[in-house]
Design a protein around this ligand. Structure first.
Ligand code: SAM
Ligand code: F3S
Length: 446
């Protein structure tokens, strides 16, 4: 290991998968360089951009941030600039053409090769590009996860093979590829040994998981959840994201039999119009989606359902949008990530006729968001007076005497407590709440 202290700055765009990958970049670099992280790009020796190409805006932001890094490099020619993630995967060499001061370009599947890419850049003086898909190799080369917060993400699969017509993920992250079952269990057990109580299983479509076992069988997602939940150190279990088409009855039944499963499910629906759902190639109707939710609520009445929506998909009419608004009321979603459709080069939807004016799309988005905010506010208000078990994640941002904990239904609660409680589970009585932040008081430490 080099004795020179290297300062690393990482800027992460986009989804939780990218957040996870950024942590892994730190882990692989720390394993071979004497490394500290800095949040000040102007102090850094290495700046990495872990990029997102899901919408055009996210992609353009990367190039404007790169322009700023270029200025830093003019002042410090030893600064090394790397671009990873989905924009890297999609653009490859084109990034070097557009920004010749970039030193390394790597994809979500080659981040474990960062040390070699950086070494090759230093030795050859030439920019290095590796955006190949060596598939599961990535999982084999990433150092074991370390954590200090009491909660942790464990990646169980990579990529997506659903090919929704609007989405770049299958092209940037590759086909669905599950991590072997024993590897996942080993990582979970190591996290528990470090004091982690809350595990979130992570992937683009976790419920499509098909993990190979040591004796050559495969196990599905319901089996994986059951065995993780059975580990004594696990207090609470979450997963994200799942696809409605893969919500098997066995998976739904676990909400009745497995109290450790959090009462929250993020289940992207995208639209309430069957015509649009078909054009998106989602593989379910609004009625089928509602039927899944009905079964989930039969198994776990208090479950909170959150979702993703796209408004203004090509050809979406007022009637289609009203069908989405009706679905929102029927399901009573608790929160959402909602976006205006962004045409992504290379996807089928980018070729579809789209004559809805942008102002109409924006007005639809605002209406949808306002309605879901109302529904979420009702849930927060109904929680007032109840006692919730929370995992203490941080010191509150507002006051150093307060802690921030997370409820089972994914809300942050601020309450007075001591830093010694960080990472522990405590019971908190909810006093009041706005949309996604609640105030509470400590009841007891279990
Ligand atoms: N299973 C994935 C998840 O939620 O993590 C879905 C993939 S994507 C990373 C997350 C969300 O981005 C999608 O559910 C969709 O609502 C949105 N999205 C994807 N492509 C989009 C596009 N071209 N325009 C607008 N929104 C898009
Ligand atoms: Fe994208 Fe659809 Fe997969 S939204 S990540 S192609 S399930």
């Amino acid at each position: 290991m080099s004795q020179v202290l290297t300062k690393l700055h990482i800027k992460t765009y986009g989804c939780q998968m990218n957040e996870y990958d950024s942590d892994k970049m730190v882990d692989v670099l720390r394993a071979c360089e004497n490394m500290v992280q800095t949040d000040k790009p102007e102090e850094a020796d290495i700046i990495l951009f872990n990029t997102c190409s899901i919408r055009e805006k996210a992609e353009e932001k990367v190039f404007s941030d790169l322009g700023r890094a270029r200025v830093l490099k003019q002042a410090n020619p030893r600064l090394l600039i790397g671009v990873g993630g989905c924009v890297a995967s999609q653009e490859g060499e084109a990034i070097i053409k557009r920004a010749p001061y970039v030193d390394v370009v790597f994809g979500p599947q080659t981040l474990h090769r960062l040390p070699q890419l950086i070494a090759a850049r230093r030795e050859s003086g030439k920019p290095q590009v590796d955006i190949s898909f060596p598939e599961i190799e990535k999982f084999d080369h990433v150092p074991a996860a370390q954590t200090t917060h009491g909660t942790a993400f464990v990646s169980i699969m990579e990529g997506c093979s659903k090919y929704c017509t609007f989405c770049v993920v299958p092209y940037t992250r590759g086909e669905e590829m599950s991590r072997p079952y024993a590897d996942v269990m080993r990582e979970v057990e190591s996290l528990i040994a470090q004091g982690v109580g809350e595990i979130t299983l992570l992937g683009q479509n976790v419920n499509a998981y098909q993990g190979e076992t040591d004796d050559g069988d495969t196990v599905d997602f319901a089996f994986l959840l059951q065995t993780v939940a059975a580990l004594p150190g696990v207090q609470r279990l979450r997963y994200t994201t799942s696809h409605p088409r893969e919500m098997s009855q066995r998976l739904i039944d676990l909400y009745a039999t497995t109290p450790k499963l959090a009462s929250h499910l993020h289940l992207p629906v995208q639209s309430g119009s069957d015509r649009i759902l078909a054009a998106m190639k989602r593989g379910y109707t609004a009625l089928e989606y509602k039927s899944i939710v009905r079964k989930l609520r039969a198994a776990r009445p208090e479950i909170s359902i959150t979702s993703d929506f796209i408004v203004g998909f090509p050809g979406e009419t007022d009637a289609d949008f009203e069908a989405t608004m009706k679905l929102i009321d029927d399901v009573a979603f608790d929160a959402s990530f909602s976006f205006i459709f962004s045409a992504r080069p290379g996807t089928p939807a980018a070729e579809m006729a789209d004559d809805t004016p942008y102002e109409t799309k924006l007005a639809r988005l605002h209406r949808l968001q306002a309605r879901i905010a109302e529904l979420g506010q009702q849930v927060s208000e109904a929680m007032s007076g109840t006692v919730q078990r929370v995992v203490v994640e941080n010191i509150s941002r507002k006051s150093e005497h307060e802690l921030a904990g997370r409820t089972a239904n994914n809300r942050v609660v601020n309450f007075v407590g001591s830093p010694g409680m960080l990472g522990r589970y405590v019971d908190v009585r909810i006093l009041s709440g706005t949309l996604h932040t609640l105030r509470g008081e400590l009841v007891m430490e279990p």
